[in-house]
Write a protein that binds this ligand. Structure first.
Ligand code: SF4
Length: 378
């Protein structure tokens, strides 16, 4: 997606940068500008993270390091990075928490309730580039939304879009962390924004303390192998039994570190209607989703990021969540009914879920017996 460059020496780039910010706002984007340079501290943090094996099965993280550490390799002639933030939050923290705390409901990370952000943000970046071309004529540009090895948090921090929190996500002091990031790499010598050097976490450790699997192993370090987002979305294998009970009803991603973060009281409600919740996914029971056949899964998740994990991984995640839900005869029956046609991966997790249901049934029946009976005879 590049165009022939022409002589752009007459352009007032300070004025252009201001216009880019304004056009960004019209597209619901918050813009910051930086050079395509990754600071040494971020490079060291990445190397340490990989050396510790915290990337799990995400082998792609060990590849293309030259591009990752030097974005100008990704797009020849790139001298500026236009970093863009797009808010996705569509509901209240209270409603997210109430569904998270209901073990019979499915919890889906709030970023995934609507349409897939990749296409939406990429399209906004493309519109922004075309708007710039309208003003100054052709220039070289290329949009990125999670589509190449690019250290988007490091670049966004350099572009003044926020600081990196102890949970490793970017936080804007006036917008929290509930947004997506994308980049437009270009050959325009735009003035840069001031980097956000100050970390706003202070003594807070709320995200570290609340993480259900203790995946934030140190401030600013996440062991992906324990992270529920990684386990439910990136990892397609058998999930370690010790982690399954800790996953609760989280079937696609996890928001706990963001829900607890005090900065998210400043989260901005998204202006993009495509992020609105589809199929009542913000308030739907595990059993309803368990009944979806593969064709229904594919149809309901047309254009959704959830489709990417595929039906079997989806069923695996649901089986774990059903195992973590309180015993009901209906749940037990639904799990048993699915066994004959289950793949080995799903079958393993269904068997585990049935064991959990049996334990839950026993606890429930003990609760129904008067205390003096359990004390005297059991
Ligand atoms: S919860 Fe606290 S420690 Fe974690 S990112 Fe937010 S402010 Fe920082």
């Amino acid at each position: 997606m590049t165009n022939q460059s022409k002589n752009l020496t007459d352009v007032d780039y300070t004025d252009l940068a201001q216009k880019i910010r304004r056009w960004g706002e019209e597209l619901h984007l918050t813009i910051g500008i930086t050079r395509p340079v990754i600071p040494q501290s971020h490079q060291q943090a990445l190397n340490d993270w990989l050396a510790n094996g915290y990337h799990g099965e995400m082998h792609f993280m060990t590849q293309h390091q030259q591009q990752r550490l030097n974005p100008s390799v990704l797009h020849e002639g790139c001298i500026s990075v236009i970093s863009a933030r797009l808010d996705y939050w569509t509901e209240t923290k209270q409603s997210a928490l109430s569904h998270l705390q209901n073990p019979q409901k499915a919890y889906i990370s709030r970023y995934a309730l609507g349409r897939d952000y990749h296409k939406i943000l990429r399209s906004q970046l493309k519109k922004l580039a075309l708007r710039i071309e309208q003003e100054i004529g052709p220039f070289q540009w290329r949009p990125f939304v999670d589509s190449a090895p690019i250290m988007e948090h490091a670049l966004a921090q350099q572009a003044g879009l926020g600081f990196i929190g102890k949970h490793t996500l970017l936080i804007h002091p006036k917008a929290g962390s509930t947004f997506f990031l994308g980049e437009l790499l270009c050959d325009l010598p735009l003035p840069t924004d001031e980097a956000t050097d100050h970390c706003g976490c202070g003594p807070c450790t709320s995200c570290i303390d609340i993480c259900p699997t203790q995946a934030i192993v140190a401030p600013f370090t996440v062991d992906a192998r324990r992270c529920i987002s990684y386990l439910t979305i990136e990892y397609d294998g058998v999930i370690d039994e010790s982690l399954r009970p800790l996953m609760g009803n989280r079937i696609y991603g996890c928001d706990d570190c963001q829900l607890t973060c005090p900065w998210n009281k400043f989260s901005k409600t998204s202006q993009v209607s495509d992020f609105s919740t589809r199929h009542q996914l913000n308030d739907i029971s595990l059993l309803t989703l368990w009944q979806w056949r593969e064709d229904e899964f594919l149809r309901h998740f047309e254009g959704s990021p959830i489709r990417r994990i595929g039906y079997q991984q989806w069923r695996r995640n649901l089986a774990i969540a059903l195992g973590n839900s309180p015993y009901t005869r209906e749940t037990e029956q639904a799990l048993k009914l699915a066994l004959p046609n289950a793949t080995p991966l799903v079958s393993e997790h269904i068997h585990w879920a049935l064991q959990q249901q049996a334990k839950s049934a026993k606890t429930q029946s003990l609760r129904e017996i008067p205390v003096w009976v359990t004390k005297s005879y059991l």
